[in-house]
Design a binder for this molecule. Structure first.
Ligand SMILES: O=C(CO)COP(=O)(O)O
Length: 136
């Protein structure tokens, strides 16, 4: 991975992650808000990031490892380093995840560092509206 250096990320990174059944929603959300997303350096788990880049190739998006292979932990580490401005993590509450401990750890570290975290689409809409308003 090659995450932009901290000095280049004045606005902070935006983290984007979606479980499989939520990837369609994530891509539609990214397409709808691509102009706002383009203002950020984005980090995403591998498969989610690939799907977003297919739809929005202009975005500055770094794909980390796939979630079950450590991608959630990579984003968690960036949060712990104070690099992440906000996280959109579209979670599937109806399907057991093999890496459930990583999912919980990512949510937990986002809570520990008190970063805005959207776990469903309706909150993702509110979050992006707030980021848009902040940018003016
Ligand atoms: O599993 C994930 C989040 O827990 C997402 O990982 P992918 O984007 O690689 O599917």
């Amino acid at each position: 991975m090659s995450v932009p250096p901290a000095s280049d990320a004045a606005a902070g990174l935006l983290g984007l992650v979606a479980h499989d059944s939520k990837k369609h929603d994530m891509v539609a959300w990214a397409v709808e808000h691509r102009a706002t997303l383009a203002r950020f350096d984005i980090v995403a788990t591998g498969t989610t990031g690939g799907r977003i880049l297919d739809a929005c190739p202009e975005l500055r998006l770094t794909r980390l490892k796939s979630g079950p292979l450590g991608g959630d932990q990579q984003i968690g580490a960036l949060i712990a380093e104070g690099r992440v401005r906000a996280l959109v993590f579209l979670v599937d509450p109806l399907t057991a995840q093999p890496h459930d401990v990583d999912v919980k750890a990512l949510m937990r570290v986002a809570l520990v560092y008190d970063i805005p975290i959207a776990l469903n689409l309706s909150t993702a809409e509110m979050l992006i509206a707030a980021l848009e308003a902040e940018a003016g």
